[in-house]
Ligand binder design. Structure first.
Ligand SMILES: *Cc1c(COP(=O)(O)O)cnc(C)c1O
Length: 369
């Protein structure tokens, strides 16, 4: 009996179905928007912008229709373009590099540290007279070494643009993700911890000038719905997604707590078999992914799959090894090359049950014994 149950147990990597109670709240919010009919940049968008700015201790937030647009338009708002170089990590979702390259700037890649974040020690070696900005990515929901990054940025007069897409709600020495540097970007796509039911993103800043520029940039570079002051695209946020984000913002803290519980459970039971994520005492990681490392990654992934446990490799390929970006590689990235062969992301979401977690741990035990 016991064995049959274990064998048939499926542990999904993510579960994006919306629970009944939340569905009712969302439908009510959607209904309100459909009644007033201001379907793009309606009142719910300004309200959620304000709420997110407040949550992150920022003055201004600008809703965008994706995290990729948020990054691209943030770079544009800082006048980054052809002839500029932007330093970023070699390991992230490809949107980070695409948004830099789409401005015409040259992406310059650093290696990563063992925590999978940007290796700050390499940054100064890559700075040239053309370097204009650094885009650190808070990978897996862990904030980068911002003390060091801010020191380097200050010394060389560089802009910091946070790619905080994976880190909504993460803390670093009492500061929140999104509150560092000149400008910060979030994605609220359905996979992210603070998620819409479709594409959504946001840019945060304390500068009124940048805020106003961003508002123009997200609407074809226009002000007063008439005059075009910059070349741009349409990056506006739907009111429906804004309304859904309003329903979900109050739930973020409890989701983060649940994820941290799952992470702690995994770490307690798995550290004897694999490298588990390490957390600094004055930080709060939010575990967008729970990423372990083992040289037996491929075998382990296959074994877990046979036992109904869905895992993912994020990512198999470094951004600097993608065909379109290979030409930009300046320094070797040995850590990135090694770690992408070892990383594996385990199921991580709010709906995981203790039985599912026990099943994951039991399978690790069986595999490593
Ligand atoms: C999700 C993500 C993005 C892009 O966000 P979209 O909303 O999917 O466009 C950018 N950077 C990182 C690190 C991400 O995880």
């Amino acid at each position: 009996m016991f064995m049959t149950k274990m064998l048939s147990m499926k542990v999904p990597f993510l579960d994006l179905r919306v629970p009944q109670e939340e569905r009712d709240e969302i439908l009510e919010a959607v209904n309100k928007v459909l009644q007033h009919g201001r379907l793009i940049l309606g009142p719910e968008v300004s309200q959620i912008e304000q709420a997110v700015a407040e949550y992150c201790n920022r003055k201004y937030a600008v809703g965008m229709n994706s995290g990729t647009d948020a990054l691209f338009l943030a770079l544009k708002a800082l006048n980054i373009g052809a002839d500029d170089e932007v330093i970023t990590t070699c390991l992230s979702w490809i949107a980070t590099t695409n948004s830099i390259a789409m401005t015409g700037a040259t992406p310059v890649f650093t290696d990563i540290s063992d925590d999978l974040n940007i290796d700050v020690k390499q940054i100064e070696k890559l700075i040239t007279p053309k370097t204009k900005a650094i885009v650190p990515v808070h990978y897996t929901g862990k904030i980068c070494n911002m003390d060091e990054l801010e020191k380097i940025a200050k010394k060389h007069n560089l802009i910091i643009i946070e790619d905080a897409a994976q880190a909504f709600g993460a803390h670093y020495h009492n500061k929140k993700a999104g509150s560092f540097g000149d400008i910060a970007c979030f994605s609220m796509n359905p996979m992210k911890i603070f998620a819409a039911c479709g594409e959504a993103g946001m840019v945060l800043t304390d500068s009124l000038e940048i805020y106003e520029k961003l508002q123009a940039l997200r609407y074809n570079g226009t002000i007063n719905k008439e005059q075009c002051i910059a070349t741009s695209l349409n990056g506006r946020l739907d009111t429906l997604q804004g309304a859904i984000l309003q329903v979900r913002l109050p739930k973020v803290e409890s989701h983060i707590e649940k994820r941290r519980f799952v992470a702690n459970y995994y770490s307690t039971h798995l550290h004897e078999y694999v490298e588990v994520p390490q957390e600094s005492p004055s930080c709060r990681d939010i575990y967008y992914t729970y990423t372990i490392r083992t040289p037996r990654r491929d075998e382990l992934m296959a074994f877990l799959g046979e036992n109904g446990i869905e895992t993912k490799i994020q990512y198999k390929q470094l951004m600097c090894h993608q065909e379109v970006y290979r030409k930009y590689l300046r320094l070797p990235v040995p850590n990135g090359e090694r770690l992408t062969k070892e990383v594996l992301c385990l199921p991580m979401h709010e709906k995981l049950t203790i039985e599912e977690l026990e099943h994951v741990v039991a399978c690790f035990k069986e595999f490593f014994q």
